[in-house]
Design a protein around this ligand. Structure first.
Ligand code: LMR
Length: 342
């Protein structure tokens, strides 16, 4: 579990959550529907899910491209239990979503050149709206994980579409930002000569250049950073996505680490679903704590999605300043989404 150690202190007060109650009621078979499964993120994610048959028993791979059927067949030959099926085009989307426990939306256009995530909005917003309509009809009870960029606006498009249709449940839709948490722990570990698996650090705000706010003061283990180190780490995590795009030289954006971080997040969601207590992750969700309507915060997950928004915790003055800088940008990103919906 990615952030458990960091937040164990905060979680003492959640000890009323009854593990026993959850484990006796939770089911053991879980279906995950991956949308955009023929793409780099979706196919790698599906592979990682296939390797965990104890958590994921049914993988539905959907893509607009027909070749997803071949990818699903290929994956199904791996000698692990569980089912894998391919679904293609608009016509089979409903079938792919029906009864899914978790839906991962990685579909849409991704960056191919040096451009901002916001540049993808026009293309991806209509795709998000369509997915939201079909999810509202076919699986309104499912947990929805979104990584389609720009996350800051795509999540609101999805949620507001569902809201219009009367099926929005704010505890179930999350913009997954686990990649930012993984990146910052890797960068911290490399700076301080630590094992990256043993370093955790929440990242809040949003998923774009100036809205991503790593909370270095809440690192676990607690680490002291000089001002220069703090600025270096902030910059490094904020531009990490751009650097990958640049280095891939026209061949797309990050896929491998994105797929890995998504799988990590989904495994945590499924463990929480089965009754594991104190599962804490960060994610971009509908949340009015900062009057922006959406914000990435620390979240306590349970059997049915988010149990509690844990907020941001105690911030250093530098982090507080960065949150203040992020707020108007998130407001603008949410407004863009709302205008699109209207
Ligand atoms: C990332 O952070 O790598 C992704 O959001 C992809 C991107 O466009 O930067």
């Amino acid at each position: 579990m990615y952030l458990n150690k960091v937040f164990s202190r905060n979680l003492v007060r959640h000890s009323y959550i009854s593990l026993k109650r959850f484990s006796t009621t939770s089911k053991r078979n879980h279906s995950v529907c991956v949308i955009g499964a023929d793409g780099g993120i979706g196919s790698m994610l599906s592979l990682l899910l296939k390797l965990k048959p104890d958590l994921v028993t049914d993988i539905r791979m959907h893509d607009i491209r027909e070749s997803v059927n071949g990818v699903a067949m290929d994956l199904s030959h791996i000698n692990r239990s569980g089912t894998v099926r391919g679904y293609t085009g608009r016509s089979q989307l409903k079938k792919a979503l029906k009864g899914a426990d978790i839906v991962v939306i990685s579909g849409g256009i991704s960056k191919v050149a040096v451009m901002t995530r916001e540049n993808l909005f026009i293309e991806n917003a209509s795709i998000m709206e369509e997915f939201a309509r079909v999810c509202a009809e076919m699986c309104s009870e499912a947990l929805i994980d979104i990584v389609t960029n720009p996350v800051n606006s795509c999540v609101p498009v999805f949620c507001e579409t569902m809201r219009k249709l009367g099926t929005f449940n704010p505890t179930k839709v999350i913009g997954v930002t686990t990649l930012d948490l993984m990146r910052i722990s890797t960068f911290i570990a490399s700076m301080k000569g630590l094992d990256p698996r043993k370093v955790t650090c929440p990242v809040v705000g949003g998923h774009s250049l100036l809205t991503m706010v790593p909370l270095l003061s809440q690192c676990n283990p607690p680490i002291n950073f000089s001002e220069d180190e703090t600025v270096e780490l902030f910059n490094k995590v904020r531009i990490a996505g751009e650097e990958v795009v640049r280095a891939k030289a026209g061949n797309g954006a990050a896929q491998i680490a994105m797929a890995y971080s998504l799988a990590y997040f989904i495994f945590d969601q499924l463990k929480a679903k089965r009754g594991k207590a104190d599962v804490v992750q960060c994610g971009y969700v509908a949340n009015n704590a900062h009057k922006t309507k959406y914000f990435a915060t620390k979240l306590l997950l349970g059997t049915d999605g988010i149990i509690k928004d844990l907020g941001l915790g105690k911030l250093s003055s530098f982090e507080q300043e960065k949150i203040y800088e992020a707020i108007p940008i998130i407001l603008r990103d949410v407004d863009t989404a709302e205008r699109f919906i209207r």
